[in-house]
Design a protein around this ligand. Sequence first.
Ligand code: EPU
Length: 345
Amino acid sequence: MARIAQNRQSVVILKSLQQLHTFGLPAHCTDFVRIQSVHSAHTFIAQHLEQPFYLLGQGSNTAFVADYQGTVAEVALKGIDVQENDSHYIIKAAAGESWHELVVYCLKHTMYGFENLALIPGTVGAAPIQNIGAYGVEVERFIQSVQYIDLKTNQVHSIAAKDCEFGYRDSIFKHALWQKAMIVGVTFLLPKAWQPVVTYGELAALHAPSAQDIFNKVVEVRQAKLPDPNVLGNAGSFFKNPIISCETLAALHQQFPSMPFYPLDAEAVKIPAAWLIDQLGFKGQFEGGIRCHPKQALVLTNAEQGTGEQLLSLARRIKNAVAEQFSIDLEHEVQLIGANGKVLL
Ligand code: EPU
């Protein structure tokens, strides 16, 4: 759907973003472009050097919380190329490929490793940005390099995984290269000597599982807990699980002895944000049409035609309540995009 905005000089047709991000919030942009070849990517960049634009994959980790004053460009490059050496499959996938379809493709062709990451919404190009992870695996372990176009010079570069500054839901693409790079492809290395990862609770119960067994279980667990964005608007976990020091945890345990945690190293632990939010009774709560998911408190959903303002308002209420009760600062994981770009809570 298009909306018309008028000013004295011109009439601008605003494009709806509602179908272009999985939260499905009502928002528009000034212009929308779908990039389907590397050549058109270069042309687009050359034409937009001085203008605001936002790069999008399948919109599964972005929430447009207001009308965006600029061009939204969907990177829809396609193609998968597989080579092999003695020890590894070398998989080059274009940024616009669906992540889950790549997982299915690899499983079908007996290239294993991605199965724990089944059903994560989004594109291959978005995967390294937030270093997607689930059920004991983060994608960084399989990335060899990421190919991107430098938005300033319009040149293609390849950055090795070791230089991507991967962290928990984090990478250089969220920091030094934020809004400076258009990812066009990712090269993965899948070891031929496959090792199952079954550290996560529900997977640990599997007996000598195949990659297909793990895939099936992950799909089952995700479908039971996480709302399908095609049915109920959402962008997965809204907040990151906070990392705190062991010292802080010890102090918190005095007051909240049942607070769960996952050890990270000798000094730090990760706390499930879902537990913190759940304790404060937000589960199932609405703010207008936006709801804290009744089955997973870390997921906010667009249950009843909610708005960007309502999403921000619920997210801020949750963040403030967690800070007040536990003195823990929740950081949102979903990219919130307002009129002029990134919005902070
Ligand atoms: N919990 C609650 N209440 C809830 C849900 C969970 O108290 O409503 C507590 C339970 O103690 C549970 C713990 O939180 O054991 C952890 O919950 P869960 O296993 O569902 O995982 P999570 O920490 O909430 C993370 C990722 C998910 C990923 C799962 C499985 C982040 C921000 N989220 O969620 O990733 O699928 O682990 O590995 O790290 C995403 O990034 O969008 C995403 C869905």
